[in-house]
Design a protein around this ligand. Structure first.
Ligand code: PGA
Length: 260
């Protein structure tokens, strides 16, 4: 059986409701001819666009995710969004611990752990993002940082729950316009570290958790990245924000996997 490939984008704090709907419709149109049997596609728009996003495309075509979530279901948590509210609008995935949440908003591994636990309890797919900063990389601590982010972030996940857990490895130094190009060998090594950690935590169940790569993915490097051993998918930012370009990237990735 062929392996499933995971491809998705987080549109960050770009795209309003109308732009999100337009993007999703255009994307769906542009990929109509693509064989979807071994491909899982997802788009993670802003909170305000979630409901319209869900209404504009079916889950069987494109999964819709939220960029963050509170670990409580209700209460005096001004500015937070509850898992029940995300359920109400038909969200499939909850993204947790993106580098920007950790770095700019000071989220900790303990907070990510509570969010992962809560997301799985509410039957979302929990997409935990992990990744080292430039200085952690420079000081040779990348693997130690990844291990810690996984050990704490996933400490409340039982083996039974791993079926709805995805990991995205996103080195902070590779993300966004200021990001540095990422050497494929380096990605492969980190993916091995992550897989070993997941197996240590969950045994056999740890072998099936998808590990996506994200950070500076573009049309030039996507084929090389997706064909690395241990890379199960790509989590794309800027290079996926135009529907036609995202569709091209999807085709390119599938072709690269086919010819591997
Ligand atoms: P980028 O963003 O592809 O634009 O570097 C990736 C991300 O932040 O997930």
């Amino acid at each position: 059986m062929k392996k499933t490939i995971y491809l998705g984008t987080n549109t960050k704090m770009y795209k309003n409701i109308a732009q999100t709907v337009c993007f999703l419709r255009e994307l769906e149109q542009s990929i109509q001819d693509i064989d979807r049997r071994n491909l899982t596609l997802f788009v993670i728009p802003s909170y305000t666009a979630l409901q319209a996003a869900r209404a504009s495309v079916g889950s069987e075509s494109i999964l819709i995710g939220a960029q963050n979530m509170c670990w409580e279901t209700e209460g005096p948590f001004t500015g937070e969004v509850s898992p029940l509210m995300l359920k109400e609008v038909g969200t499939d995935i909850v993204e947790i611990g993106h580098g920007e949440r950790r770095r700019i908003f000071g989220e900790t591994d303990e907070q990510e752990m509570r969010k992962v636990k809560c997301a799985l309890e509410h039957d979302f797919t929990a997409l935990l993002c992990i990744g080292e900063t430039d200085s952690e990389k420079q000081s040779g601590r990348a693997d130690a940082v990844l291990r810690q982010q996984l050990e704490i972030g996933l400490s409340q996940v039982g083996t039974m729950k791993t079926g709805k857990l995805w990991i995205a490895y996103e080195p902070v130094w590779a993300i966004g316009t200021g990001g540095k190009p990422v050497p494929p060998d380096y990605v492969q090594e980190r993916h091995h570290t992550i897989r070993a950690c997941l197996q240590a935590q969950f045994g056999q169940a740890g072998t099936a958790i998808p590990i996506l790569y994200g950070g500076g993915v573009n049309h030039e490097n996507a084929s090389a990245l997706i064909t690395l051993e241990g890379v199960d998918g790509l989590f794309i930012g800027r290079a996926a924000w135009q529907a036609k370009r995202f569709a091209d990237l999807i085709r390119q990735v599938l072709e690269a996997v086919e010819n591997r």
